[in-house]
Design a protein around this ligand. Structure first.
Ligand code: 5RP
Length: 240
């Protein structure tokens, strides 16, 4: 999966001593558990990132069985991989209502707030998640934190970008800046106590297209894979 992460942005994992092989194993376990939720005939939103790459591989193994499944991708990279694996990819407006969307996250807090957008696709991911009856998040356990912290990705319009960033404050544009919709991606690097207050402030700033804070009420379920196996956390979105 192509990476357009901010190379200079501090990683939420930077103070952890984590073995990349173990992280990969956890991502694979979470992705495979979520892949079992996908049945033939479903309309499914597919997120973006390395955890989703494992999901795509798991679904690709079942492409013969999922002939009538309709997938909606949140990025060109995901669309490309899904098609290569034999999955049918449609535009969101052609499908409109999704049975499920499955996506990764950069951080999860105890209340079920997420930070997303490490790959800069959070605007599409939020739209796709909001069209899904069930939004399932797949993460490796080290992403579950006692509280969220910077960086929080923010997609901004090119027009007046310096004014937008000055209005937000404590923000840095990424070196590889473009979102799938050719807007710019910045990271909010400042401190924050209350994710809902920061989300409201970012949403209320002219020039901000979307931020990477996902509220608990968007999330149906969080599949967390750690050293002790896979756990499922119920999210704040009621079943539809
Ligand atoms: C992309 C995202 C990703 O889901 C998030 O960055 C997690 O990525 P990964 O699965 O590679 O750790 O929000 O915009």
């Amino acid at each position: 999966m192509a990476s357009d992460r901010a190379p200079e942005a501090p990683s939420p994992l930077s103070d952890e001593d984590l073995d990349p092989i173990e992280i990969g194993r956890r991502k694979l376990a979470a992705a495979r558990a979520a892949a079992e939720l996908v049945q033939d005939g479903m309309a499914v939103g597919l997120g973006t990132g390395s955890t989703v790459a494992y999901l795509l591989a798991a679904l690709g193994e079942r492409a013969g069985e999922l002939k009538r499944a309709r997938c909606v991708a949140t990025s060109p990279a995901t669309a490309h991989i899904a098609r290569d694996l034999g999955l049918k990819v449609h535009g969101l407006d052609d499908v409109r209502e999704l049975d499920s969307a499955i996506d990764g996250a950069d951080q999860v807090d105890p209340q079920g707030w997420l930070v997303k957008g490490g790959g800069g696709a959070h605007t599409r991911e939020k739209i796709v998640a909001s069209c899904a009856r069930r939004f399932v998040v797949i993460v490796s356990a080290e992403k579950v934190l006692a509280r969220l912290r910077a960086p929080v990705p923010v997609e901004v319009l090119r027009f007046g970008v310096q004014c937008t960033l000055a209005a937000i404050g404590d923000t840095r544009l990424r070196d590889v800046r473009a979102s799938p919709d050719h807007n710019l991606i910045a990271d909010y690097l400042g401190p924050f106590e209350d994710p809902r207050a920061l989300a409201a402030r970012l949403s209320g700033t002219p020039g901000v297209v979307e931020h990477g804070l996902f509220a608990p009420e968007m999330v149906s379920e969080i599949v967390v894979a750690g050293a002790d196996g896979v756990r499922r956390r119920v999210g704040g979105k009621s079943a539809v």
